[in-house]
Design a protein around this ligand. Structure first.
Ligand code: PLP
Length: 404
């Protein structure tokens, strides 16, 4: 008998356009060390360490008891769509109606589906860097090409309309803005958002705004949505999420708000892929959107305390430079001038942060994410969704490692 030959696996061309999320790879490596009994400080996480607030969990328990365990309408249960529109109105001053809303499987699906329904092959999407790791792949998967706007560390990584305008071409279809930003924590100033809206309207570009961290703001900053500006709705698509605001990452609920034809197209795509966000999660999200916001405020002020400890700890590490984050729960630090990186360079050794995070994990037992993943070589992202005690421990380990 002939030996069976291995068939060559010929994946579709679109399969080659995406890679595994690099933040996941760090977590897997950290998990491997932990399995060997090593105490790892996890600064790699991208999710709140708080449990989901009690009233939200109880709503899910009730939904289960009432057997809300069936398919729901594809765009989500009507009370939740209505509640999202009202929540967004209360929090930001927008004016969305139920047909302009869709409930998605996390904010990620809202972003993925919006890009899939808007971007044609060869279209350009203006993407500010440092960017969230998933954006370039989502754009590529949709057939588009990311045109990167490099924000300036000296300006706290704030995105400016003039930088965006310089990249507009006849092929520009979408401007994708994430504020507060993952990984830098930068917040687009309200007036710059206004200028960006104006340029999008002038050039007939969609402004896709990722409001995933909308309520995690520090100092005097208040939640802001560009969709609330007069005349904005025709050009804006909002992608929102319950994940970070309400500490609900595992429930997988997000939403999109926008002009009905786009929302309808996103619903069609969802109807042929995931069908609907989990029924029980939708009832939990309904309790979140209609319930008190003081739990969000309590988590926010806890992050603010941690941020102060992180900034103090980073200031004590020689050579580290970090713009204070204005929102989200990450610090994005430049490590180019640390003794460790300088020594690697002096020896002509590879000193990229992809290598540095591997060494930091192996030697320093701290998990962080490398800057290259966010389009920013020379940087590390650390998350302060961690207890003060673990933050102090992790920073002291980082100091020892980067000073070595
Ligand atoms: N947008 C940004 C900037 C994020 O960091 C994340 C998650 O890390 C998301 C969107 C998606 O979150 P989810 O799908 O959990 O709502």
């Amino acid at each position: 008998m002939q030996p069976a030959t291995q068939p060559t696996i010929q994946l579709a061309e679109r399969a080659e356009r995406i890679s595994l999320s690099p933040t996941g790879a760090v977590l897997i490596a950290a998990e491997r060390l932990r399995a060997r009994g090593i105490d790892v400080v996890n600064f790699g996480v991208g999710e709140p360490d708080f449990p989901t607030p009690e009233h939200i969990k109880q709503a899910a328990v009730r939904a289960l008891e009432q057997n809300f365990t069936k398919y729901t309408p594809t765009p989500g249960i009507s009370p939740l769509r209505e509640a999202i529109c009202q929540w967004h109105r209360r929090e930001f001053g927008t004016d969305y109606q139920l047909p302009e809303s869709v409930i998605t499987v996390g904010g990620k699906q809202a972003l993925f589906n919006a890009l899939s329904m808007l971007v044609n092959h060869g279209d350009e999407v203006i993407l500010p860097a440092p960017y969230w790791v998933s954006f370039p792949d989502m754009i590529r998967y949709a057939g588009g090409e990311a045109r990167i706007v490099h924000t300036n560390a000296g300006d706290g990584f704030r995105l400016r309309a003039a930088q965006v305008e310089a990249l507009v071409t006849p092929r520009t279809k979408v401007l994708l803005v994430n504020s507060p930003n993952n990984p830098t924590g930068a917040v687009v100033p309200d007036e710059e958002f206004g200028r960006m809206l104006e340029l999008c309207q002038r050039h007939n570009i969609w402004l896709l705004t990722d409001e995933c961290y909308s309520h995690l703001l520090f100092g005097d900053l208040k939640p802001f949505s560009v969709a609330a500006l007069p005349g904005a709705k025709g050009n804006v698509i909002v992608a929102g999420s319950f994940s970070k605001t309400f500490a609900m990452t595992g429930w997988r609920v997000g939403f999109a708000l926008g002009p009905k034809p786009i929302i309808d197209a996103m619903i069609r795509l969802q109807s042929q892929s995931t069908t609907n966000a989990t029924s029980i999660s939708q009832y939990a999200a309904l309790a979140a959107a209609t319930g008190p916001m003081d739990c969000v405020q309590a988590m926010r002020s806890e992050y603010e305390q941690r941020r102060a400890v992180v900034l103090e700890g980073l200031a004590a590490i020689p050579g580290v430079v970090c713009s204070p984050p204005e929102g989200a729960f990450y610090a994005f630090l430049n490590v180019e001038q640390t003794p460790r990186v300088r020594a690697l360079r002096a020896r002509n050794e590879v000193a990229d942060t992809a290598r540095l995070v591997v060494d930091l994990l192996e030697e320093g037992h701290v998990a962080a994410v490398h800057g290259e993943a966010f389009g920013a070589p020379g940087y590390l992202r650390i998350s302060f969704a961690n207890s003060l005690e673990r933050i102090r421990e992790g920073l002291s380990r980082m100091k020892a490692f980067l000073s070595a």
